[in-house]
Write a protein that binds this ligand. Structure first.
Ligand SMILES: [Zn+2]
Length: 88
């Protein structure tokens, strides 16, 4: 994959702040954890896959900016890494 936008290794893939964990700053890392946690709940409640879940969440009122940015980031990945995969 080639991209003109190169992000230094030690900066958040989404916003460019300093990395806390998993290539993300503390805010986006926390948002991703929340996203994955909520996905487990949704899966128990209804048959839903990761991609559909992200689409639904984007349309949901009251979703925080950090989470929305993480969703955009995940969807922008044409070659999903472990980071952007659904929780196992
Ligand atoms: Zn960030």
């Amino acid at each position: 994959m080639t991209s003109e936008e190169t992000v230094p290794d030690d900066l958040c893939s989404v916003c460019g702040r300093r990395i806390q964990a998993d290539l993300l700053c503390e805010y986006h890392h926390k948002a991703l954890q929340n996203l994955r946690g909520a996905f487990n709940d949704w899966q128990h409640a209804m048959a839903i896959d990761w991609t559909t879940y992200l689409d639904r969440l984007e349309e949901t009122e009251g979703v925080g900016d950090w989470v929305l940015e993480i969703i955009e980031f995940i969807k922008s990945q044409s070659d999903p890494s472990e980071l952007t995969q659904p929780p196992t």
